[in-house]
Design a protein around this ligand. Sequence first.
Ligand code: DAH
Length: 332
Amino acid sequence: MVFNDIVIIVKKEISKVKNLKDLNILRVKYLGKKGYITKKFMLIKNFSKKERINKSFIYNKQKEEIKNIIIKRKKEIEIEQYNNNKFLNQSIDVSLPGKYIPPGTEHPITSIIYEIEKFFQNIGFKIITGPEIEDVYHNFDALNISKYHPTRTEQDTFWLDKNVLLRTQTSNVQIRIMKHNKPPIKILTSGKVYRHDYDSSHTPMFHQVEGLFIDKNVTFIDLKSILILFLNFFFGKKYKIRFRPSYFPFTEPSLEIDIFNNKKKWIEILGAGIVSSYVLKNIGINHNKYCGFAFGLGIERLAMLRYNIDDIRLFYENDIRFLKQFRFNKFL
Ligand code: DAH
């Protein structure tokens, strides 16, 4: 028999096999202990050495081929069976109500950020973003923060490298935007900032919104009116606010705004001021021609005041009972 004859016969036989049981019978017939190939090997001893080598080569090849044909057919039968049985044991009751999967909602901090962005967008501010991993120049140096300022120490700032850190404030974006754009500049940016702090009013990560407006003839009155407008919009005139003179290295003059909360305490919510001529000069903006204001506010502070929350950590503990309260869409 020539080498391929037996393989052709097996192929023919196997094409008629329709189930795994018959396939196994066929396997035993050819590859089993008393099967065709095994018998052939047993007879080999009667031949000369040269023929033995020749024959064992041929039988091994045949064995291999038959094995592969069987494996291939086995897969085909399995797929056929799967397809035939797929819907056999299923009965679908199309009238059953679906399982209710409650939809997730925006985190309250995200909602507030969107709300604030919308307000400022409506009065002409462009929304931009900036990096959370920042270098010393943009986070401190260009903002006129002295080399010896305590915020630069390891107790306050998360340093990644000698020159690289997690930004401690969104004011870094002021520098980035002024470096690459000519006035008028009117932007708002928001995002995460990082500081070494952890207690009921501080988390190591929190959010700030930062505004910057640089143009000809921008005044302190513009700053004050925009901030009052914004706070009235956000709190609905519910709270008393006060402006307090303050100090920031990158604004001159500087101010802070406090809000009188329901526990009759003044709570600081934002810092602002006229952008220091030192910063403008450094960045290459003509401070005799242009001026402007900047402000930065803590989102968690605003949220805590608005919703009477007294521990900031609640925002980040992922307690569904807490977060659920901010699902304002009643239909969900
Ligand atoms: N970056 C300040 C902080 O994190 C807040 C701030 C104050 C931002 C004054 C400003 C500003 O833009 O003008 O405490």
